[in-house]
Design a protein around this ligand. Sequence first.
Ligand code: CMC
Length: 429
Amino acid sequence: MSANTLTITDNRTGKQYEIAIENGTIKAIDLRQIKTDADDFGLMTYDPAFTNTASCKSRITLIDGDKGILRYRGYPIEQLAEGSNYLEVAYLILHGELPTAAQLKDWSFNITHHTFIHENIKKCIDGYHYDAHPMGMFIGTVGALSTFYPEAKQIFDAEARRKQIHRLIAKVATIAAFAYRHRMGLPYSYPDNDLSFTGNFLNMMFKKTELKYQPNPVLERALEVLFILHADHEQNCSTNAMRSIGSSEADPYSALAGAAAALYGPLHGGANEAVLKMLNEIGTIDKVPDYIKRVKAGEFRLMGFGHRVYKNYDPRARIIKQVADEVFAVTGRDKLLDVALELERIALEDDYFVNRKLYPNVDFYSGIIYQAMGFPVDIFPVLFAIPRTSGWISQWQEMLLDDEQKIARPRQIYLGSEVRDYVPIERRG
Ligand code: CMC
């Protein structure tokens, strides 16, 4: 008997089975042979919310939740945040290796020259109500892109895929900024190809009457770091949505709109918006103990705390705290930071949070920084979606090129009625 196997005894039948172990997993389909009789469908696993199921093999991002480690393609997030920029990280995530100087120049040129959107896309945004949530506009408009690029359906054509990848990484920033300007009733500010990716994003967001927008270099760099931290995070809810929709061979714009919709929820990318609302509601440090009491009583969750995978400090939160200091040196200190620091201090000493291994996650401090930089609260989830686009699209491509993947189609445990006859309406009690 091989050492890399699992022996299972089915106590219903007394039969023994030997199941192969590979990469610390067993294949769920190998359990199907375990039956009580020939008519039995076979054993399945039950795993709502995928808490212990690997849905793919991936070479992109590693998270070690117990050690608080995050790496893209093997590179520690701390080193990338220190030395890289968002476009270089997007290249790395997608291609697997850091670019050479020539490759980076070419890649940056390609992304920069796809930042313009068709004027009719602009009309789609114009059609939204004046107070539409920017994330709703973002999701709808990204989905609409698929109607502008019908060749995007050729998902197995590497060249067609390459084009959509450039377009998506570039255009999500323009769509995000245009959604914001529509919300504010401001004229759209067109992309400026002389600027960096983040500098241009700030230009599209905040340019007023000046002829040439000059981003503040500290804020431009801070945004680079925030975008690096948000670029990928392995099989989270929205990435799972991207892979799942993509597995039906839908075009990448439609799949990405679905992924962005998954990100919108307050338990995922909508948490940064929820954190700011929470901090505003608490208002002052003296209200923190009472708020924590209500969290412990189960009234609501402490937003920006806890993570499915990290059971140690979220390494992204640690980097973000440093960025906060640099940003506040330019913008002035936000009073909500004191509330956040006090919440963190009390929570980290409290048994409720310690026992459940609940630590601040990436969203706990990102919102305060975004607010200090002048971003309105409801665009925060969109700010998450812009860099995560490179992660979604890399995971989508990896899934498409993986021979072991097929259309995603989970099983269920049916607990509904047995077969029964239809009753005409006049005979129903
Ligand atoms: N505040 C208070 N209690 C919490 C929290 C929280 N933020 N998160 C988890 N718990 C408790 C939960 O009530 C449960 O307690 P008990 O065992 O007594 O029932 C225990 O901790 C385990 O929680 P869970 O819901 O089983 O954990 P999960 O892995 O399903 O949820 C989570 C992970 C991130 C959805 C959750 O921690 C949460 O809702 N956090 C707040 C929202 C948030 O900040 N989301 C951003 C995540 S990071 C950005 C991203 O990548 O999306």
